[in-house]
Design a binder for this molecule. Structure first.
Ligand code: ZN
Length: 166
């Protein structure tokens, strides 16, 4: 995949000659290879988001989700929601730098025990209380919820766990 002059595309604009391609055309033709490149490389986060929403290629989605440095939390999470590859999801759920993305990955895990562990860890330790509460919402394990009700870092999260325990 290259521009008219044979340069490799990075995003919608060829950085060598300045030629551009149209995101709407790529979406219409469902060019997954091109959408994958745009989702990863384009400088405009809105364009990357548009490409991600139209991307189904698992490799492309995984590459975007893994690239925490350039991608913001919304885009990492959006890509992760569409990932079904269990190996990638396991990694993302355990190691991604954004908790929101870790929650999205855990939700798609078929290993529900691992998912509960991830939710519990986030609920207990996350620095942002609403992310902790979001993790509590996903939890069903009573033992883990009891632990969170007693030991979570934020009082809002402890309260949410207590409510869920009834
Ligand atoms: Zn070019």
């Amino acid at each position: 995949m290259a521009c008219f002059f044979g340069h490799a595309w990075k995003g919608l604009k060829c950085e060598k000659c300045g030629k551009t391609r149209d995101i709407e055309k790529l979406i219409k033709s469902n060019d997954q290879k091109a959408l994958s490149d745009v989702a990863f490389y384009d400088r405009d986060a809105n364009i990357r988001g548009l490409a991600i929403r139209n991307l189904s290629d698992q490799k492309g989605l995984i590459r975007v989700a893994m690239s925490g440095i350039e991608q913001n939390v919304l885009l990492c999470t959006e890509a992760t929601k569409k990932i079904t590859d269990q190996e990638a999801l396991t990694y993302l759920a355990q190691h991604h730098k954004y908790s929101e993305t870790r929650i999205a990955a855990a939700k798609n895990l078929t290993d529900k025990n691992l998912a509960e562990k991830v939710f519990a860890e986030i609920a207990l330790n996350d620095v942002i209380h609403y992310t902790g509460k979001e993790a509590v919402n996903e939890l069903t394990n009573q033992k883990l919820l009891t632990d969170i009700a007693n030991n979570a870092r934020h009082s809002e999260v402890r309260e949410a766990a207590r409510k869920k325990l009834g």
